[in-house]
Design a protein around this ligand. Structure first.
Ligand code: BGC
Ligand code: NOJ
Length: 812
């Protein structure tokens, strides 16, 4: 069942009922000011950091679902309604929400009043705009009232949700004309405040939540709106400050009136904060608000936002016979990659914004999906990430976006982390050709006195694995590898201990075959970077180490039909036919095969056949089988989840593309595409009632075959799935892969996929690539011509003097 439809021409998903199975959200903001907004106008805003600079308050896991947002109430006689349906939930005569690229729109009607709303964050300002247009579709004059509502968060979202003995006494506001200033803590150590304004004279305001709601009431029936019909002019002193405007609107038949609401973040220099005693300096707010006073101002800012996205989404475009693939490649998959770039795993409807900042492993992988879109920002990101690395090559697992400093809140010592840095840097250099980044001086643990070149960081990443091997010559797993829940050195017996932080971060025995696969893949990429810098000796050393690892995997990482997953702290195999449960895992099989391990020996093919046989289910490829049915002290969190959920035999959408990519490595386009389709939102849209999460973006996890409801998705938006599926479809299935020498075009498609065209901007040159497949093969390039000249192989030689290049590839 569907709850809307794709409008590809407008690049929108159109939601036709507010009663979606879960809130379906969008992200507004590209630079530093961000808003999460659901189809019923729930969500919250923050500046740079969802934990430290939260602007509005949200209540996770509340009832009714999706509670708190930026709401507009329309009072029309005795009827009160919201254009987004929540929170009053008055039945609407019509409802439509369009989530677009960086904006959302609503069109709703009730009793002859039409409300159209456009919400977005302008490109260069730290604010969001909500343009509300009200139209009287009746033959009679209407006198209605419009109320706005936001609830301020007292900045630190963590403290805000628990330190009530203090927070009930700190809230402060100022109100001048139509502008409400939220200035809690400005009197002491803050130099920033928030502002909420509208471009018209108002007929009332409230800033005390209690005054607006009334005792024992909530946002679904505020006393001011539903009973009194008149704001009280309250000024908040402590308790819960809010921002409410009241506008009395008179509408002649057919008349439309438009209102521009601006909610923003403003900063003053520390030594110039005050206008007069305890009166905040309003200059930044005045400057900001002056820019958004008319509908024309809004149109201009909206056009600039659209230009920005048009430009980004013109970098990789596809025209094929398959609408679903076209829309994922051209629109939604790339859009999600940009959102994961901005958010990492910090703020979604599943990530509270207070727990996890930017992940070391996560952000490096995210980079794989957006580096072609914004290479300059990828460069900055790489430096930020590498700056948190430790001198021995290991890493903090995460850092806070505002401070950019690493922290151990969810542990450190995840031994896959260092290798992801090589993955990110290699992708950046292959995309841009910018080897200067390798010579940048980058600190360790943010201490500039210990800085070395970025290339030296990569060497330490590489050597971290070389220097930390276990009894089988395989990499020690540390706290965990990619699978955060395979905690082989943890042995936690008491509730409340974090699986990620408890126990030693190192153990001398437990090993990961998955990290071995990564080492083989990224070790080769490291060798190529060394070669680019002319260090052939280092490249040779690296390749030798890679060969040693390759052999170790074939010797002790092969189980007969598939790759072993790991060795535990007793050196017992995990992911082996010897095990009772957890006999086979996806990660080692996907990654070792995509790294090329066992390809020439025929083992990769065998491993991938085993994956199909044992791990496939209707909704995707599961992490492991059989699921763990009891808690295993020696395995940790993985066995803490009921069978079918999360890392215990759930379908992690993130590593499905690894298997699909591995299939392209051995040339099986049908199977690669079959896997691609199973978790692809454009395909799962049809089963939205089961899948539940947004049908335009990937979610982290889909319940596996053992679960109570197989196919149910969770944790949408912030997942490495976005980057990996985009790499999979764009670089492996469609086959346009950036190499150091130039773009390579080597597709691996399912039978019947037909001819297709790709435009790809790469290092300043536009490539118009036409792929023809007259014999309907899965893989193989028979010929390639570049501007009419035949070229050997499938790499387009890079020529910076050309603006645009026509490439014709014939498969066969
Ligand atoms: C989740 C993982 C997550 C980890 C760290 C675990 O509970 O299952 O998916 O990466 O926590 O936050
Ligand atoms: C989510 C985490 O963000 C990611 O880093 C991890 O690899 C997966 N969970 C699997 O545990």
């Amino acid at each position: 069942m569907k709850f809307g439809y794709f409008d590809d021409a407008n690049r929108e998903y159109v939601i036709t009922t507010p009663r979606t199975p879960l809130p379906w959200i969008n992200y507004l903001g590209c630079n530093s000011y961000f808003t999460l907004i659901s189809n019923t106008c729930g969500g919250y805003s923050f500046y740079k950091d969802a934990k430290l600079l939260r602007i509005t308050r949200y209540r996770y896991n509340n009832v009714p679902a999706d509670n708190n947002g930026k709401y507009f109430y329309i009072k029309d006689g005795d009827t009160v309604w919201n254009p987004g349906w929540q929170p009053v939930k008055t039945e609407l005569d019509s409802y439509e929400c369009r989530h677009g690229i960086g904006y959302s729109k609503w069109n709703s009607k009730k009793n002859g009043i039409k409300a159209s709303m456009l919400s977005f964050v302008p490109m260069d300002d730290t604010c969001e705009i909500h343009q509300v247009k009200l139209t009287n579709d009746t033959d009679a004059r209407k006198d209605i009232k419009l109320f706005s509502f936001v609830e301020w968060c007292l900045w630190n979202a963590d403290d805000d949700s628990r330190n009530f003995q203090r927070n009930f006494s700190t809230g402060e506001v100022e109100v001048i004309d139509s502008t409400i200033y939220h200035k809690t803590e400005y009197r002491e150590r803050r130099n920033h405040y928030a502002v909420f304004s509208v471009n018209t004279k108002i007929d009332g305001f409230d800033t005390s939540r209690d005054a607006f709601f009334g005792a024992y009431r909530d946002n679904s029936n505020p006393e001011v709106v539903c009973e009194k019909g008149q704001c009280t002019g309250s000024i908040a002193h402590g308790w819960a400050p809010v921002g409410v405007h009241q506008i009395n609107v008179e509408l002649a038949p057919g008349e439309t009136k438009s209102f521009v609401f601006v909610l923003g973040y403003c900063e003053n220099p520390d030594n110039d904060k005050w206008e007069s005693k305890n009166v905040i300096k309003k200059d930044p707010a005045n400057k900001l608000l002056a820019k958004y006073q008319t509908d024309e101002d809004v149109d201009k800012a909206f056009a600039a936002l659209n230009d920005y996205w048009n430009n980004l989404l013109s970098i990789y475009t596809l025209e094929s016979n398959n609408d679903k693939v076209n829309r994922m490649v051209n629109i939604w998959n790339q859009y999600q990659c940009m959102v994961t770039f901005n958010m990492s795993r910090s703020a979604s409807y599943f990530e509270s914004g207070i727990g996890r900042g930017m992940g070391f492993r996560d952000s490096n992988q995210d980079l794989l999906g957006f580096v072609h879109l914004i290479p300059e920002r990828a460069r900055e990101r790489i430096i930020d990430i590498a700056s948190t690395q430790f001198e021995n090559g290991s890493a903090y697992h995460q850092y806070q976006p505002l401070t950019k400093r690493g922290n151990s809140d969810i542990g450190s010592g995840f031994n896959d982390d260092p290798l992801w840095l090589i993955a990110g840097v290699s992708a950046y250099v292959r995309e841009t050709g910018d080897t200067s980044i390798l010579n940048e001086q980058v600190p360790y643990d943010n201490d500039m006195s210990k800085a070395t070149t970025l290339m030296e960081h990569l060497k330490r990443s590489f050597d971290f694995t070389v220097n930390n091997k276990g009894p089988h010559g395989l990499p020690l797993i540390g706290r965990a590898d990619w699978n955060d829940c395979l905690n082989l050195n943890c042995f936690s017996e008491h509730p409340g201990e974090s699986f990620q932080c408890f126990g030693p971060s190192e153990g001398p025995v437990a090993e990961s075959v998955f990290i071995a696969g990564m080492f083989v893949k990224y070790g080769e990429e490291y060798a190529q970077l060394a070669e680019l810098l002319g260090d052939t000796a280092e490249a040779e050393r690296a390749r030798k180490e890679v060969k040693v690892m390759y052999d170790a995997v074939l010797k002790d990482g092969w189980d007969g039909e598939w790759f072993v997953r790991a060795y535990d702290a007793y050196s017992h195999k995990i992911g082996s036919k010897e095990c009772e449960e957890g006999k086979i895992f996806i990660e080692s099989n996907g990654f070792c095969s995509l790294a090329g391990i066992g390809v020439k020996e025929g083992l990769a093919e065998k491993a991938l056949d085993s994956v199909k046989k044992h791990l496939d289910c209707e909704y995707g490829v599961m992490i492991l089988q059989p699921a763990y049915t009891v808690y295993h002290l020696e395995l940790g969190e993985i066995s803490s989840y009921p069978p079918g959920y999360k890392e215990n035999a759930g379908i992690f959408c993130h590593n499905n593309p690894w298997v699909s990519i591995a299939e392209t490595v051995i040339g099986r386009g049908d199977r690669a595409f079959e896997i691609y389709k199973k978790t692809c939102p454009a395909y799962t849209e049809e089963i939205s009632e089961i899948h539940k999460t947004e049908p335009y973006v990937y979610c982290q996890m889909v319940a596996g075959a053992d679960a109570y409801i197989p196919g149910e998705g969770k944790n949408s938006w912030l997942t490495g799935t976005a980057a990996w599926t985009f790499c999979n479809i764009s670089q492996y299935i469609l086959g346009v892969y950036p190499t150091h020498k130039g773009l390579s075009v080597d597709p691996c498609v399912p039978h019947g996929f037909g001819d297709f065209r790709i435009t790809r901007k790469f290092r300043g040159v536009t490539y118009n690539i036409s792929v023809k497949n007259p014999s309907d093969v899965e893989k193989g390039v028979k010929s390639m011509t570049v501007d009419g000249t035949a070229v050997d192989g499938c790499v387009i030689p890079f020529d910076a003097s050309k603006k645009s290049v026509d490439v014709e590839v014939v498969m066969g």
